[in-house]
Design a protein around this ligand. Structure first.
Ligand code: HEM
Length: 387
């Protein structure tokens, strides 16, 4: 990205979401603490601290479930796609809550002894006398380190720095953190010999997450299996043009890649299904003012050459397409990045002489974001800002 670094760019929608999230966090912590303390006759300070720590811990875990569920949910039902742009703020809030729990627990349990707090966490406070005394907090500490790395690299700057694939891999470590937290929480509850209901809820949460991911994966596998037999040039059959609604795409598997074949006013173009911003599924989005729009964060690209409108400098690979016997075929290899291809004309479909996207493209290089045509809202993401 060549645009200036801005730490946080709140849109109205994001500000409302964050406000609602903070209210929910406050409400949960207050209710959990009040209800738990009401059951203790005369709580002393350490007891109050332990209750607040548990309120923070359970809230962090709840938020983590929510963060991990948004991806598969949006695959299963597009209505959940609206949550994707909020996933990053949710993740950061979850990390801050987890950190508050870790900090409070450390103060309560590891600051009064001879060992320094970190050594005390790792060595289990020197109290390991039976398997129940395992230093379960080490797992929490390891999870916290992973979550910290993710929160620290959540800005778009890091996507450009680490590459979208590298950044995505780092985000996938969230599942490692989740596993560590499960072990930490289960061992912690066992050690404290508390009501097993919490352990049952933990397992239920894990099962729900597994089922959601399985269902989302099954949808993708089913789509991949639909891939037809390539012709002599290696082109993959897609479908007749009329099977793709105007302004939408059909996703097909081409080799190891997924390609989104879009039908729009000028004809048909094919782009990689992977958005270079955060690897969102471009083909599940629609088109705005002649541009392909990623459903996750609203990054937009010209379908003919894969370039993003200025000032963004991202680019998505495009693929050759042809029409044979009324069926669209997509080529096996992408064009060189930024290659200007012509949309494949659709017989019987009247194209607009000059689309908004066409106008911008012809002006590309001199157009500025101030001169963007009416109706083409360039989202914050496409200008390289935090989302
Ligand atoms: C340095 C890091 C951490 C330390 C020292 C720590 C410490 C503790 C302690 C002492 C308990 C038992 C509390 C009790 O039952 O009264 C606990 C439980 C728990 N911790 Fe952590 N923790 C850490 C990190 C984390 C992280 C990153 C998470 C992420 C969500 C987490 C989630 C939980 C959960 C869900 C429980 C069970 C809550 C319950 O007892 O009801 N912990 N932790």
């Amino acid at each position: 990205m060549t645009t200036p670094y801005r730490a946080i760019q709140w849109t109205k929608q994001k500000a409302y979401f964050d406000l609602a999230l903070l209210c929910a966090v406050f409400l949960y912590l207050t209710l959990f603490t009040a209800i738990s303390l009401a059951r203790i006759a005369r709580p002393d300070y350490p007891e109050i601290g332990a209750v607040v720590s548990r309120a923070l811990a359970t809230l962090a875990l709840l938020l983590l479930h929510f963060v991990l569920a948004i991806g598969p949910l949006s695959r299963i039902n597009p209505a959940f796609v609206v949550l994707i742009p909020h996933r990053r703020h949710l993740g950061v809030v979850m990390f801050l809550v987890a950190m508050a729990h870790a900090g409070l627990s450390t103060v309560l349990r590891h600051t009064g002894g001879v060992l320094n707090p970190l050594a005390s966490i790792v060595l289990g406070n020197g109290q390991i006398v039976s398997p129940g005394e395992w230093p379960f907090e080490v797992f929490g500490l390891a999870a916290l380190i992973v979550l910290a790395a993710q929160a620290a690299t959540s800005h778009d700057f890091w996507i450009a720095y680490l590459s979208p694939e590298g950044w995505k891999r780092l985000q996938m470590l969230g599942y490692v953190a989740y596993a560590l937290i499960l072990v930490h929480a289960v061992l912690g509850v066992v050690r404290e010999s508390r009501n097993p209901l919490f352990a049952i809820l933990l397992i239920a949460g894990m099962v729900v997450l597994l089922l959601l991911h399985r269902k989302a994966a099954a949808i993708e596998w089913a789509r991949d299996r639909e891939t037809g037999i390539p012709d002599s040039e290696g082109y993959i059959p897609v479908c007749p043009p009329e099977h793709i609604p105007l302004g939408r795409a059909r996703i097909v598997r081409v080799g190891n890649e997924r390609v989104a074949v879009f039908r729009y006013w000028q004809g048909i173009s094919a782009v990689s299904n992977v958005c270079p911003h955060q690897c969102g599924p471009l083909g599940e989005g629609g088109m705005v003012a002649g541009c392909v729009r990623c459903p996750w964060h609203g990054a937009i690209f010209f379908p003919q050459n894969g370039l993003a409108p200025p000032p963004n400098d991202q680019c998505v690979p495009t693929f050759p397409v042809k029409l044979v016997d009324g069926c669209i075929y997509v080529g096996p290899a992408p064009f060189p990045l930024g290659y200007e291809s012509h949309p494949l004309p659709v017989p019987g479909q009247k194209g607009r002489a000059a689309s908004v996207a066409g106008q911008i493209q012809s002006e590309r290089g001199v157009v500025s974001s101030q001169r963007k045509p009416a109706g083409l809202e360039l989202p914050a993401e496409t200008a390289g800002e935090e989302i």
